[in-house]
Write a protein that binds this ligand. Sequence first.
Ligand SMILES: Nc1ncnc2c1ncn2[C@@H]1O[C@H](COP(=O)(O)OP(=O)(O)OP(=O)(O)O)[C@@H](O)[C@H]1O
Ligand SMILES: [Mg+2]
Length: 444
Amino acid sequence: MSHALIAYAPEDLDHLLRIHEALRLVGVPDHYEKAGLVDGGGSAVEDAAIDGAFCLIVPVTAAAQRSERVRDLIERAVNKGLVVFPVRMDKSRLLGFFRKEIGPKLVHDGIEEAGLSTFVAAVQARYRRRCPVVAVMNLKGGVGKTTVSAQVFGTLQAETGGRVLLIDFDPQYNLTQHFYNMTDADRLAAADRSVISLFERSRLHYADAVSPAEGWSEINEAPFDPAPRRLISNALLPPDKPGWLDLVAGQFEISKYAFAPRPEALVSIARNFRRAIDQFRSAYDLIVFDTNPNATFLTTCALRAADRVLAPMHADEFSLRGVKLLNSLIQSQMGGEQPPEISVLFNAVARNEQSDFEADARNGVFDQRVGFALSKALMQAAIPRSNFMRVQETPDGESEPHKRLLIHNGRGGGLKSMRERLRAVVFELQKKLDMEETESRIAA
Ligand SMILES: Nc1ncnc2c1ncn2[C@@H]1O[C@H](COP(=O)(O)OP(=O)(O)OP(=O)(O)O)[C@@H](O)[C@H]1O
Ligand SMILES: [Mg+2]
């Protein structure tokens, strides 16, 4: 779990609670010693709390400046390379250690509500950066969204040993079937151990709840505490492999949201979904949605939660149109939120020579037609057409889902070069996602 650690003096309980509440509202988990940091007593903030933190928050007050324990915690956090977010909570003048260490970083003033909101937004941005959310999306079907979700992100996980969560957002749940046979996939959905439990209260949250998959015309708007990771997601990796590659299974019944009788109900369940994703950000290094190829409520939810859209496309006119529609959807559906950045990935290209279409796309020939700088959004790496990438049905009795990934299975010359191509995509993506932190954590 990852949290914002708060270093506060016991006299500053009111300030602590204001900050805690503001963080809670935007879904950022925090951690603080209940009694405050009392000099000469109390338990030291454990190293584990510092190791598990993504930043240290310091409410800057006269009492905090007097506190040796607050100072000690700041020094330990800085030594471990933790980012420090100070916020001014009273009008005291900065002296000594605080003037030197905290002064240059003190850009937020939380005395007024507006200042506190800006501060919390900065902390939230940092929280999101440590676990980016990627929506694999194109409004054209069959361009490789599901294949890329599995093979590219499966490779990324294997290369970094990090913690990756895949969420199957497509009512056709092909990603789930990529790893599980139909019987097992349907069994997960029948127990609500699936994507619907991110939106509505289900038997995962309360044993006596009615399954939201049962009533097509009913939407349960009641809020709920997101289900713990192990209840809702499935481990695709065996325990001897480093890190996690988890899947929240898809299911057909989420199509019901397209027929919602009351639009207000969708607003409530979109909020539930967003809270669940924000909570998952603290447990994972990367979250990936495989999405459906048409614009629905689900597409909007995915876009609003995403920091980046990865759009696979074929080198043809139909895909170009899909990317154009995708961009206009992103520009229109954000409801005032920052739109995710688009990266476009050529999939199923000829192995040895670049087509004229691809060359034109890279040279900016289509930029005007699609309404954005496609030539800049295109990734340099591309995935060739290959039989290794072609999905075959998962046979009954197959119990090792990770073996469906090229990076974990098989031998042979062709496969080796395919893996290299996938690694090149991953390498480029990691840079875009600013995932250096994950790399260094694993290197350490
Ligand atoms: N690089 C590739 N080489 C060969 N076949 C591929 C490649 N990428 C995908 N495929 C195959 O193309 C088909 C469509 O791919 P996929 O299901 O990933 O597309 P999709 O965009 O998710 O489709 P949908 O819009 O239906 O969700 C599948 O049969 C898949 O195995
Ligand atoms: Mg698909």
